[in-house]
Write a protein that binds this ligand. Sequence first.
Ligand SMILES: Nc1ncnc2c1ncn2[C@@H]1O[C@H](COP(=O)(O)OP(=O)(O)OP(=O)(O)O)[C@@H](O)[C@H]1O
Ligand SMILES: [Mg+2]
Length: 337
Amino acid sequence: MTRLAIDFGSSETKIYMSGCGVVLKEATCMAVEEWLEGEVTHLKVKAYGDKARALSGRAAVNTHIINPVFEGDIVHENLAACLLENFLEKVEVTRRKAKHTEVIFILPCGCEPELKKKYVKIAEECGIGSVYFTITPFAAVLGHNVTISESTPMFVLDIGYGITNIAAISQDGLISGINVNLGGGNIDVHIIDDLAVHRNMKIGALTAERLKNTVGSLLPDDNKMTVADGREVSGGTPASLSVNSSQLYDIIVTYIDKILEYVSLVMAKLPAEVSSGIMRGGIYLSGGVMKMDGLAEYIESKLKVPVNLPEEPQLAAVIGAGVMLSSDKLFEKLATD
Ligand SMILES: Nc1ncnc2c1ncn2[C@@H]1O[C@H](COP(=O)(O)OP(=O)(O)OP(=O)(O)O)[C@@H](O)[C@H]1O
Ligand SMILES: [Mg+2]
């Protein structure tokens, strides 16, 4: 019997295989060619995952780069099933093997029941034998290599690409939690707009993401620098410019502060005993954006609550769901069908 944990993120799909660890991390992305024959539209997938994302901004006119998961929701069911099937093949879970495979999907906290139905449907299309679910906060805490305490509640903040999960949990279940449609993607879009307006430079989405991930920093006085290629807004001439950490600081802080306002709202509504437990244990951080230099320290000083940052925040949720796979007790308690 194969057991998998799958985090079908808005930006990256992560797969953990029981006994092996993380076996896949690829863009949740497809390059789809579309053409008309008479009245009928035909679609053909040209590339999956990282190869599809690399075509972003340079694909042929009739090729669309599609993310079937948007802000945590599955927005193209058929394409999502097709992409998942490709990823399963990549980790050598063939259709025949899929029948004998148990999968835990990690869903955003507080998602609509409709989302579970979509996952069940795409799992069926991929021939997966049994489907279970958990939510990001439980998975992310376990990804910190800690046990969910029987007595002390825990607080989780996961910032991904399109969605942020904020929750207080205990061994008994979710105490309070929300998801908000904010994440690294918003920062990328703002970087694109800012460079166009203030520096007359048009850059693509992949370049904006690279700028954020390489020079973006909330460390005071950080001064990393890189060069971005694009073209001038006026005139369209190809051009390059240098971008440094301080030029991105205000943009990044705008979104992080918005997210921290939601964190404060969730915290303010918790019962006093829960809050004091959280003050002692600290906030458990996860999600790809937590890789940014200085972000954990910024959150700690802004909220005046200690924080816990795992070694690989982007993989914390899938690793944590992987921990559930190998413990029958946790599997029974936290993964529900
Ligand atoms: N070093 C870095 N600094 C800042 N952001 C980063 C860094 N590395 C990755 N990211 C960002 O993390 C985000 C992806 O994180 P993650 O994989 O947790 O999201 P996801 O699970 O795909 O999305 P979601 O949870 O919103 O559905 C992207 O916006 C990416 O640019
Ligand atoms: Mg995620």
